[in-house]
Design a protein around this ligand. Structure first.
Ligand code: HEC
Ligand code: HEC
Length: 273
């Protein structure tokens, strides 16, 4: 091959690389507005509510929880948390002074979030418009654990080269699909070992009741890839019926096609439940 041609190829490759390389802030914006969907809970669904301003109320037999203000307001938001404290809050469910962040914050899913992705989420939060909103305190009728497990200090990045592995990461650690879609256990929480993806959890809200179905191949295996993508990103089934809340459909709508394909590759690989 003539060397000029090789050099041109190298430049072309470098250019495509450059065009694709995402900054941490861009990655954070994609994650928060897409698969990790912090705003599905932390942005109040009441019309006109500010992004991530908190105040959404979650009622369950075991708790009345109020989502916190995640904007960088110094008094009522998270401006005073350091980056490390925020990463620790997301992955270990601990506040800077040691108290435990309670459900339904999906800490058990976010425990698997990579260092790079957790830092990217924090970079995005820092740039959200600050709003003054002192949210009410949550009440838990069950004791919260001192910790959600051994302290997570570092999680390596997960390569997107293998769709099944990367889909596992999205489903279980970013988009927290299995926090809702796994079999519930008495006393709260889900069985992520034997009931992963099995469904059964019931959600109460202004919509009445909804129940998360089985998302392993025995539950959703009959849908085509295109049908699954449509359900996940629009909430509409092939028969035209619409999913009730609280699935983060409006967030998953901005997931890249590559990430959605990885999600589906992983769902198809799950052991049947
Ligand atoms: C399924 C709902 C849900 C999702 C999704 C969610 N959270 Fe939360 N989060 C909550 C609730 C509810 C609380 C309040 C819990 C309590 O009072 O103990 C909370 C509390 C927090 C706190 C503690 C704030 C404080 O001032 O005490 C932080 C930090 C936090 N969430 C960050 C995040 C980030 C970042 C994301 C996205 C990566 C996220 N949360 C996604 C429901 C959620
Ligand atoms: C906050 C809880 C929650 C999260 C997170 C969530 N879901 Fe759901 N999902 C539900 C509920 C509840 C339903 C059923 C709604 C109904 O029947 O009206 C549902 C329905 C579905 C369905 C329809 C299945 C059928 O048989 O028609 C699919 C597919 C699905 N979810 C996949 C996913 C995937 C993939 C993710 C992650 C990318 C996800 N869900 C995240 C709660 C959730």
């Amino acid at each position: 091959m003539p060397s000029r041609f090789v050099a041109t190829l190298a430049i072309a490759a470098a250019l495509t690389q450059g065009a694709r390389a995402e900054t941490s802030l861009e990655r954070g914006a994609y994650l928060v507005k897409g698969p990790v969907a912090c705003g599905n809970c932390h942005t109040n669904p009441a019309p006109g509510s500010p992004e991530l301003g908190g105040g959404t109320r979650f009622t369950d037999i075991a708790f009345t929880a109020i989502a916190a203000n995640l904007t960088p307001d110094p008094e009522t938001g998270i401006a005073q948390w350091t980056d490390a404290e925020l990463v620790n809050g997301i992955r270990n469910g601990k506040r800077p002074r040691g108290s435990t962040i309670g459900p339904p914050m999906p800490v058990l899913a976010y425990r698997g979030m990579s260092d790079d992705d957790a830092k990217a989420v924090v970079a995005y939060l820092r740039g959200v418009k600050p709003v003054v909103n002192r949210t009410a305190r949550s009440t838990y009728r069950i004791p919260l654990p001192d910790s959600w497990g051994p302290t997570v200090t570092s999680v390596p990045a997960v390569s997107d080269a293998d769709p099944v592995k990367y889909g596992d990461y999205i489903v279980n650690s970013l988009a927290h699909c299995t926090e809702c879609h796994s079999r519930p256990v008495d006393g709260g929480g889900v069985d992520r070992v034997n009931g992963l993806g099995a469904g059964g959890q019931v959600f109460r809200g202004p919509w009445g009741l909804s129940q998360a179905p089985n998302i392993t191949p025995s539950g959703v295996g009959h849908y085509s890839d295109a049908e699954l993508k449509k359900i996940i990103t629009t909430g509409e089934r092939p028969d035209g019926s619409k999913l009730k809340p609280p699935m983060a459909v409006s967030y998953y709508a901005s997931m890249t096609d590559k990430d959605l394909s990885a999600v589906i590759a992983y769902l198809r690989s799950m052991p049947k439940k």
